[in-house]
Design a protein. Structure first.
Length: 326
C-alpha cells in the first residue's frame, strides 16, 4: 500500500463529505438552523458522511488512468461511465459495457450535485481539447477530480500537461486547464517528497507557466496563487482571507482557497480541511482539494479521524483504488 496515495484520496473524500451538506449555505446561521452547529468539524458532524460528485469523479479518474492505452481516451471513457451513474439506477441499465469495476458499486449510482458543465460536456459525446475547447467554463469540476494524474510515474512536465489536457475534456477556459495542470504537478511533487512550502508552490507554478505557455490568463492565474500565499501570513481571520480569494465555484478560486488552508495549517491537516469547508461557497470542492493536498503530505494514517472515517461512504472502495497505484 502506498500510504501517501491512500491519504490523498481519503483526505479528499474527508473534505468532500464534510463540505457537501453545506455547499450551498451562505452563513453560519443557515448551517446552525440545519445542523445545530455554526462550524462543522470532524467531531461534531451530525449525519453520515456522504461523498459528492467530487470524490466520485476522482475515483473514475484514477481507474481511467490505470487502464492500458492512451490516458486521455481512457479518461473520457471512464467519465462516460460516471455520467451514466448520474441518471441510471444501476449497472444493468448502462448503455454500454462498463470500463471498470466501479460501476459494480451500487452506492456510486447517486447524483450528488454534479456540475452542469461536466454533465453537458460528457453528454455532447465529443471531448474538448486545449486547441478546440467545448465551452468557456472555468468551473472547478475539472480541478477537483485531477489529483490521481499526479500519482503517475511521469516527469513533472508530462504530468502538468496531462492534467491540463484532462481538464479540457470538459472545461474550455484556460484557467481551468492551468489550475488542473498545476494541481496535478503539485500532487506529483508532494508525492515525490517535496515539502508543502511556498517554495514548492512557486516551483510548481513556474513549471506550469512554462509548459502551458500556449494558454492565456497565465498572469491572472499566477496572481491568484501568490495572493493565497500572501494571505497565510497576515493576521486577519480565515473567513476574511477566504472571502478575498473568492467562493471557490471557479477553478482558480477553489485552488487558491485550498492552497491557503493547506499552507497555513499544514501541521494541523484536519483543521486545514475544516477551515476549507466553513465558508459560503463551494465547500465540498475546496474541502476535497485541501484534503488531497494535506493528505498526500502525511507519512502514516494516524492523522485520520477514526470515528468519522469509519462512517465515511465507500471508504473501503477508496482504499482499494489507492492500492491499485502501488
Amino acid at each position: 500500500m502506498n500510504t501517501k496515495i491512500t491519504n490523498c484520496l481519503l483526505g479528499g473524500a474527508l473534505g468532500d463529505s464534510l463540505g457537501y451538506p453545506i455547499e450551498f449555505m451562505l452563513s453560519p446561521t443557515e448551517v446552525y438552523h440545519c445542523y445545530g452547529v455554526k462550524y462543522l468539524t470532524f467531531t461534531n458532524f451530525p449525519v453520515r458522511p456522504l461523498i459528492s460528485d467530487d470524490t466520485q469523479m476522482t475515483l473514475f479518474t484514477a481507474l481511467g488512468l490505470l487502464a492500458p492505452g492512451d490516458h486521455l481516451t481512457n479518461l473520457w471513457h471512464s467519465y462516460q461511465d460516471w455520467l451514466e451513474t448520474q441518471w441510471k439506477p444501476d449497472q444493468t441499465a448502462m448503455a454500454q459495457p462498463p470500463r471498470s469495476y466501479l460501476t459494480s458499486y451500487p452506492d456510486l449510482f447517486n447524483s450528488r450535485e454534479p456540475g452542469r458543465t461536466c454533465l453537458q460536456a460528457l453528454a455532447h459525446q465529443v471531448p474538448g481539447t486545449l486547441s478546440k475547447p467545448l465551452n468557456n467554463s472555468k468551473g472547478c469540476g475539472a480541478l477537483m477530480r485531477v489529483a490521481p494524474v499526479g500519482f503517475l510515474p511521469e516527469p513533472l512536465a508530462v504530468t502538468i500537461a496531462l492534467g491540463a489536457r484532462s481538464a479540457a475534456l470538459t472545461h474550455g477556459h484556460p484557467l481551468s486547464s492551468l489550475a488542473a495542470g498545476f494541481m496535478a504537478g503539485l500532487i506529483h511533487s508532494l508525492l515525490g517528497g517535496a515539502p508543502l512550502t511556498p517554495a514548492t508552490v512557486h516551483t510548481t507554478l513556474d513549471f506550469t507557466i512554462e509548459h502551458l505557455a500556449m494558454l492565456p490568463a497565465r498572469t491572472t492565474f499566477a496572481n491568484c496563487i501568490q495572493t493565497a500565499i500572501n494571505l497565510t501570513t497576515n493576521s486577519a481571520s480565515d473567513q476574511t482571507n477566504i472571502t478575498q480569494l473568492g467562493a471557490g465555484w471557479v477553478a482558480e478560486e477553489a485552488l487558491a482557497i485550498a492552497l491557503y488552508c493547506a499552507l497555513k495549517y499544514q501541521n494541523r491537516p484536519l483543521q486545514a480541511i475544516e477551515v476549507a469547508v466553513n465558508h459560503g461557497g463551494d465547500s465540498d470542492s475546496t474541502g476535497a482539494l485541501t484534503g488531497q493536498i494535506v493528505g498526500i503530505c502525511q507519512q502514516d494514517t494516524n492523522w485520520l479521524p477514526a470515528t468519522y472515517l469509519k462512517r465515511l461512504e465507500l471508504r473501503e472502495l477508496i482504499i482499494r483504488v489507492a492500492n491499485e497505484f502501488t
